[in-house]
Design a protein around this ligand. Sequence first.
Ligand code: PLP
Length: 450
Amino acid sequence: SFGDTEAQREVRANDRQYVFHSWSAQNKIDPLPISKGEGARFWDYDGNEYLDFSSQLVNLNLGHQHPGLVKAIQEQAGRLATIQPSIANDVRGELAKRIVEHSFEGARSVFFTNGGADANEYAIRMARHHTGRQKVLARYRSYHGSTATAITMTGDPRRWANGVLDANVVHFFGPYQYRSEFFSETPEQETERALAHLEHTIQLEGPDTIAAIILETVTGTNGVLVPTPGYLAGVRALCDKYGILMICDEVMVGFGRIGEWFAYQAFDVTPDLVTFAKGVNSGYVPLGGVVISEAIHDTFGDRAFPGGLTYSGHPLACAAGVATFDIFEDEKILERVRDLGERVVEPRLREMAEKHPSVGEVRGRGLFWAMELVLDRETREPLVPYNAAGEAAAPMNAVVAACKNAGLFPFVHFNRMQIAPPLITSEEDLIKGLDIIDEALTVADGYYTG
Ligand code: PLP
């Protein structure tokens, strides 16, 4: 309960004493003890309230303590809490069916995993066995997870210290109009040149050696990079030309984030494999998976797939997944994401870009947006350098502090303020959060040198 400093002290003490945290120097962190969550909000032990504009790690699509999710898990726990994966189970089958029915034409089955990294790991393993090829092309400015192949495919600094854990991964550049690698002046040029670069990469790596191209349909943490017009269709065409599989990593953007069940549906493209996690059940119980095309499914028709997991298709996780489909339909989640994105979020962010010199660009879709904060609009020099830490990150830390002091838990990455609230956030709360960001941007403006 609030003000319960003894309870708070114990939570903090146990955490500091016994919990080893992800991605952190253990002596340099001080994790915030949280006492409860409800909808789009959570509270610390002092009663400070945070409106969550990052949906935790962009997984809490239906918010904290959604009654439909809680009930589904409770009922399933009372009925059959766990069962091993080689058994046929009702909720596992029901969830796989619903996912396939909401997927691309030709989708055949689902392999369930524990989360996003292993979904990508297994998608690549399937692609390698299906094609008999080993190499994988992945993009710079991407995150695919932290297991061996997934972290090697990752195109951001989280890979650096891990070395090369999978020798058959090659990186290429995708479209990023604001900081174009291709000196392009229009989105169409960016598409054309990014595709030419990809085709050259394929040719120079050896088309017959490449099993798959993996990409985040809309790049998430690395900048909410929405594909330029025709880019994904162009990747599909190159995959077809060279017999390469197309894998869409939808771990962050699947299940409603941009107003579609899956983001590729907004771009009219048919992948061969799709990976998902996070939003499938808002992370109430760990779950991820791979949606598999008919052709790849058939590869493992008479020959065994060499892989598996004790908790593949865990009933508690799957029950929450089935409930997610019901809730999306009952609460018209996709419609509300599109509506609020277009009517409330986008116009307000564009208004902020007019008003604050530090906002270099606004981009996004649905309830997924990024603002590039810059020191100078002409040179586009970022507010903090790429991968800034310590003193160099001070300007962004100041923006974050302004948000938190005003009761908003923001999602920032490098020089970007990103926006990813739970999809159930009320219009009133969205406006409230945007008001706080608007105010916090005056802090960024203070560093402006242009
Ligand atoms: N792929 C993408 C696009 C992600 O954003 C993430 C996590 O943030 C992952 C994969 C890894 O998922 P997990 O942390 O569940 O392993």
